[in-house]
Design a protein around this ligand. Sequence first.
Ligand code: ATP
Ligand code: MG
Length: 466
Amino acid sequence: MQAREIFTSFMFRRAIIFVLLFLVSYAAIFMFIYWQMASFEFTRIKNLLEQQAHALSLAPEDQIHWSIKRQIYADLRQVTFSALFDRERRYIEGNIKAIPDSLPIDGMAHQVALRDLDENDQSLEPNLFVAQRLPDSRILLIGRSILDLGKLKEAVLQALQIGVLPMACMAIIVGAVFSRQMNSRLARAQRTLSLFQKGRLDERLPISGRRDELDILSTQVNSLLMELERVVNELHHVGNNMAHNLRTPLARVQASLENAQRLMPESEAAYAFVTRAIQSLEQTFALTTALLRVAQMESGKARGSFCLLDLSELIHEVADLYEPVAEAKGIALEIAVTTAKVRGDRDLLLEALANLLDNAVKFSPEHGSVKISLSQARSGPVISITDTGPGIPDREKSKIFKRFYRGPHSSQIPGNGLGLTLVAAIVRLHNFSLEVEDGPPGSVFRLRCVATPDVANAPSASEPRG
Ligand SMILES: Nc1ncnc2c1ncn2[C@@H]1O[C@H](COP(=O)(O)OP(=O)(O)OP(=O)(O)O)[C@@H](O)[C@H]1O
Ligand SMILES: [Mg+2]
């Protein structure tokens, strides 16, 4: 299967949508975790600062001094602030020289952005501060940087990025593998259905044995195909039985008419009617015979009589048969053959060639020309029958092989519309192929035979057939 087909397939597109949804939910989970952790940490620091400020405000004087000093010396990372101011907000001691303007003195923690303590760094740093008035009206200021919370966010985003790429790649690969598997199963099912459509009624959809939705659908379609095959076979059977059963009474009528004709003087008008009735009966016989031949062909019963055949010999034989008809219409019959052998049923191939030649002569106008040529292609011998008839329009090309189909230009020309049906059945039986093309005028029927690899071992046409 082509890579393009995989990537444009329904399954692959579903996989991509699934990947996108997965990534969005993955990112959402990470953001939720970050938000939870950040707000927990923020509340923890806030509570800690407020408790600490409150406890110090009740502590004796020396403990306040000691606590401010200890905090400053122990803070190697320089993330905490501790200072004491007089009632006029003037600095007494500590590692911050002024109370931030926007900070209320209410013993509660507030977020205040300060310039970094490093003088070269002009960026604003987020901090939490508590300003607590002491019983003697001095002001105690304690605070802590919450820059770490921003770092936590960066760490979470980094973890998200690291996880996204391998996960997206994996999902795309898994999607491609699944869609390849599914597409190849669908392609097999499509092949089967188109074979069924072409008349291979015994074809069934493959069942993988995985008991998945496709298996269930295939099983249902298969039972539908079985039913269709049964109905089609039954219809054929009824038609064939009718054709078969008609032959005996028709033969009796024909025999009676022939007896009556023998007893009748040729000059009487009734003689002409009887002659016409016998001709119509002969046509009906030809029709039933053709129908039964098609039925025999389609059931594959004729395959037993295959042997090695010389195609040029067959072509000469058929041409001899139609030479008088062509001559009567002033049609030039040209034969250009090489030697080629195929395996097949002699009578059936004669019948197929005779039908094709019959059409070519029948549909060519008077003084036209018909050519039969035999050439060798790489796949095997090719017989081409070219005529100067009206040709076959493209829209009709697929219909002419159907039972009883006759083109619009055939109404004045005798026939039952069964000749090409029979040819198609014979061609199928031999695994050959038949193509119709437009000729310079008229049409060209090309019968492509299969090369015979076992020419040396195969029995020849003169040997008894089995
Ligand atoms: N060589 C051809 N040139 C033009 N039209 C053709 C040719 N061969 C077949 N056709 C068209 O295909 C139709 C079907 O051909 P087919 O041989 O099955 O039936 P038929 O010749 O009409 O009757 P039958 O073969 O039963 O005597 C014809 O009626 C005709 O319209
Ligand atoms: Mg015909």
